[in-house]
Design a protein around this ligand. Sequence first.
Ligand SMILES: [Mn+2]
Length: 198
Amino acid sequence: MEQIEHPQIEICIQAEMKSGNRESGDAYFVHVDERFALLAIADGLGNGEKAKESAIVVPAVLKEYKDEPIERLLQLSNERMVHKRGAAIGIVKIDFFEKTLQYGGIGNIRMYLRRQNGKMIYPIPVPGYLSGRPIRPRIESHSYEAGDLFFMHSDGVIAKSPKECISHSRDAFTLADRVSRKMDDQDDATFMTVQLLQ
Ligand SMILES: [Mn+2]
């Protein structure tokens, strides 16, 4: 498990390959600076080399264009899927000054946020995947406060009771520990757990 500590945010990431495969068809991206955090998971269609070829488009685009809004990051990633298999994608952008969390995704990447007031937010996935054909992503914006906790995962993580999982966890690490027990070795599986600290 990878852990990222920052004054504003704590992040745990785990990525496992489908058993027997040598390449993961999932990819992820993490960037944190003093202004914002940008986090993403992509799940390439199929598995192995072909899936990877699509999934790695996402971290490449986000690295190059990290200051752009989520909508544009999704469109740019989509444009680069032409002649590839395609990928599901989930992107979270956290603005440390505005205290907002934005989420946008297409396909089977799931995200669950638990606010300190007990409210749960879990965007309904937009069906489909990035394939180069036109997309109409839905971007959600939520305010957050210190202590709020969320996680995002690819479909190789079998989170049957994500709300229970998140409500019984006090921080990113304990949540990661719980989620890591739900990884399916029959698919590539990637998740990130995140706590906002300020
Ligand atoms: Mn998958």
